[in-house]
Write a protein of this length. Structure first.
Ligand SMILES: Cc1cc2nc3c(=O)[nH]c(=O)nc-3n(C[C@H](O)[C@H](O)[C@H](O)COP(=O)(O)OP(=O)(O)OC[C@H]3O[C@@H](n4cnc5c(N)ncnc54)[C@H](O)[C@@H]3O)c2cc1C
Length: 340
């Protein structure tokens, strides 16, 4: 043990959704856990910014289903609890009055009655509090710069605040996981795909949608979150640049206005909050979870556009493996972590 190194049973690298859920489950299993996060806040791609004194806003919207009915039938997903209804244009308007504005061009929709929308900021804040109450230590403004490997084990996590030692190391760095893992010969294929969200106060638009809507044809999502409305969309290959592009935001707005002309009542460029973030996408669209060829090095990253949706299951699965328990969720079908 290095004299000035702090020591834990497990170090989680990255304080986004997937790092936090894993930390909480490991603390619940009785391990001493710390989360090393380079920012001053937890939350990662769902972090909340104060874009003006007193104005806080979680910056990503969350819905949970984007599936083709044929896939649902072929994979017998209904047997696994996925419920949906195929709606005619008239039935769409009956379910969601705001669609009356576009009834003329509407063919129909898939309706997922069990689909949920949530405020990821509240989720992240609540989860961080929950984890802290169970003893998880948060190392903020702590950038992980490397991993010290000794044989087939990680001896220490090297950070901007000094080394941290642990029996187990979990890499939950989203799009940033490949760069760190490559240093110790572990390959994961994860690439950042930028997405944009535009958030407005919904108040001036009384008949605004009450359901989360995904318009596959026009490639946007419109999601009611409390007293706000969030439009999301685009998949931009821009390496690690998370700067929101005004042109892409404008393109989303124009598409939303085609389906919902009423959106013009609550959208103003002056007050709309435009944000962009990086979805950590793997080639299969499914994340990497589990142990690497390095005995005490684990990965929980690459969950793409469903990172929040997957975070509790992924966090639980990886925590089970770290804690030496047989995971309740099978790893069959998930990308394998390459052997050395
Ligand atoms: C516009 C948009 C809309 C989305 N909508 C949805 C949705 O509707 N439903 C859904 O489920 N998902 C959605 N997502 C995807 C979801 O946000 C991500 O998949 C998820 O946040 C990834 O979480 P993560 O914890 O794996 O990684 P991240 O959130 O990227 O967290 C990684 C963390 O590691 C930290 N970090 C990076 N490098 C270092 C380092 N060297 N040292 C220490 N810390 C470091 C970062 O600061 C960050 O906090 C959306 C994403 C975008 C961009």
């Amino acid at each position: 043990m290095t004299s000035n190194a702090r020591r834990f049973d497990a170090v989680i690298i990255g304080g986004g959704h997937n790092g936090l859920t894993c930390a909480a489950y490991l603390a619940a299993a009785g391990l001493s856990v710390c989360v090393a996060e380079r920012r001053h806040v937890v939350g990662g791609a769902a972090v909340t910014e104060e874009f003006h004194p007193g104005f806080r806003n979680s910056t990503a919207s969350y819905t949970v289903s984007l599936l083709d009915p044929q896939v649902i039938r072929e994979l017998k997903l209904a047997e696994h609890g996925l419920v949906y209804e195929e709606l005619s244009a008239e039935e769409c308007v009956a379910h969601e009055g705001a669609l009356s504005e576009t009834a003329g061009s509407l063919v129909g929709a898939l309706y997922f009655p069990r689909d949920e929308v949530g405020d990821c900021h509240k989720f992240i804040q609540g989860l961080a509090r929950h984890a802290q109450e169970r003893g998880v230590k948060f190392l903020y403004e702590t950038t992980v710069t490397g991993l010290r490997r000794r044989g087939r084990r990680i001896a220490a996590v090297l950070t901007s605040q000094g080394p941290v030692e642990a029996d187990n190391v979990v890499v939950a760095l989203g799009s940033f996981a490949p760069a760190l893992l490559r240093q110790v010969g572990v390959d994961v294929l994860i690439y950042p795909v930028k997405g944009v969200s535009i958030t407005v106060a919904r108040a001036p638009w009384n008949d605004a949608p009450t359901h989360a809507i995904i318009d596959d044809a026009r490639m946007f999502g419109l999601v009611p979150i409390g007293d706000r409305l969030r439009a999301v969309g685009t998949a931009e290959i821009a390496r690690y640049d998370a700067t929101p592009s005004p042109a892409r935001a404008q393109a989303i707005i124009e598409k939303v206005l085609q389906t919902f002309p009423g959106f013009s009542r609550c959208y103003s460029p002056a007050t709309a909050k435009v944000w962009a973030g990086l979805r950590p996408v793997s080639p299969s669209g499914v994340g990497y979870m589990g142990r690497t060829w390095i005995e005490n090095l684990f990965v929980n990253a690459g969950h793409g556009h469903l990172g929040w949706t997957m975070s509790c299951g992924a966090g639980r699965l990886v925590a089970d493996i770290v804690a030496g328990r047989a995971p309740e969720i099978s790893l069959a079908g998930f990308p394998r972590l390459a052997a050395a």
